[in-house]
Design a protein around this ligand. Structure first.
Ligand SMILES: [Zn+2]
Ligand SMILES: [Zn+2]
Length: 357
């Protein structure tokens, strides 16, 4: 019995020593594996042909550790597009393995800060990843040129550092920054095709985010599959009309009861300014029920809510956030999460969900 106990002790000691001494070796192996399986590999190729939407930011201006600011990126064959660039979203996009070198253009829904504050990082990453020789085309409403010029000015010193450090072959000064494409729809027009190349058609749609105007949603069509994204809007008939026949609708959503409760609590605690903001913002976003009605009337099969206010911290709170929406829209209804990939394979009606994180 005593001999057995000694033997067990020796074995445990040996195992402990092995674990301590073997740690650097195991760490090296884990690192090498990560390099072999991840770095430099275009993970998007595994998704197959069709239209793919990457949720790079499912959040809103309200801070959330898990949700970056609004951003949806779209891959259609060899062409990639980014719709809005909220804070933190570009890092998420790269973490998911979105092919930045394929980015053809950026589309802004409107110029609220939460939709543009990652633009500097986006221009930088697209410049280097794509070895760009011309600035990145950025479509958006009036004022987009001013926003781009401001970011460019703020990043000029950084640009100089990178060109001198890496050389013009890698960081070509001619490809730095963005080129504004201002979208202005003629009076009485609610939607218009703004991009049509190699089978990808992108339509801009006027939505209602008053007093912010103009504000846009977009529809993307490729190989018979399509998705529409609302940007920030209330229930918008023009968005519904332009979304008809699409497979997937992305819609912003604000639970107004929850926001009102936040406002009351802030007022109780003497935070009258932020309490007032909780009242002001309720007038220019759709509720989950509004989004459900829009999806039902547009006849889409799938509704994905994004730009959720307040950010839903856990699955437990989801039913509270959704309210009566599931009873209004009978198709597939999802709350988006950062890293979610929605795939629409060509030649099929399927809508597949996966996680890129
Ligand atoms: Zn907004
Ligand atoms: Zn917003």
């Amino acid at each position: 019995m005593r001999k057995l106990a000694i033997l067990a002790g020796v074995l445990l000691l040996g195992l402990g020593l092995l674990l301590v001494l073997g740690r650097p070796w195991m760490a090296q192996r884990a690192f090498d594996r990560a390099l072999d399986q991840g770095l430099g590999i275009d993970k998007s190729l595994a998704l197959g042909g069709g239209l793919h939407a990457y949720v790079c930011g499912s959040g809103s201006p309200m801070p959330d550790a898990d949700r970056a600011g609004p951003c949806i990126a779209v891959l259609a064959g060899n062409q990639a597009f980014v719709f809005d660039a909220g804070s933190g979203s570009i890092r998420k996009l790269m973490r998911i393995g979105f092919p930045m070198e394929k980015v053809q253009a950026v589309f802004l829904t409107h110029l609220h800060s939460d939709h543009i504050d990652g633009l500097g990082e986006l221009m930088l990453q697209a410049w280097i990843a794509g070895s760009r020789g011309t600035p990145l085309p950025i479509y958006g409403p009036a004022g987009t040129d001013q926003v781009i010029a401001g970011f460019k000015q703020a990043y000029t010193i950084d640009e100089g550092f990178r060109v001198r450090h890496h050389g013009e072959k890698i960081a070509n000064p001619a490809g730095y920054g963005g080129a504004a494409n201002i979208i202005a729809l003629p009076d009485g027009t609610d939607s218009q095709v703004v991009y049509d190349k190699d089978g990808v058609r992108i339509t801009v749609i006027c939505v209602n985010h008053a007093p912010v105007a103009p504000a846009f949603g977009y529809r993307i069509d490729y190989k018979g599959r399509s998705l529409a994204l609302s940007g920030d809007t209330v229930y918008s008939p023009s968005f519904i009309t332009a979304s008809k026949g699409a497979d997937v609708m992305f819609h912003d959503a604000m639970n107004k009861d929850m926001v009102a409760a936040m406002g009351r609590k802030l007022a109780e605690r003497g935070r009258s300014n932020t309490a007032q903001i909780m009242t002001d913002i309720q007038g220019y976003h759709a509720s989950p029920e509004d989004a459900a009605r829009a999806a039902m009337e547009a006849g889409v099969s799938t509704l994905v809510l994004y730009h959720m206010v307040p950010p839903v911290p856990a699955r437990l709170v989801e039913p509270l956030f959704l309210g009566r929406a599931p009873g209004i829209f009978s198709g597939t209804l999802k709350l988006s999460e950062d890293g979610m990939i929605v795939s629409l394979p060509a030649g099929s009606k399927a809508v597949k969900f996966s996680s890129g994180l």
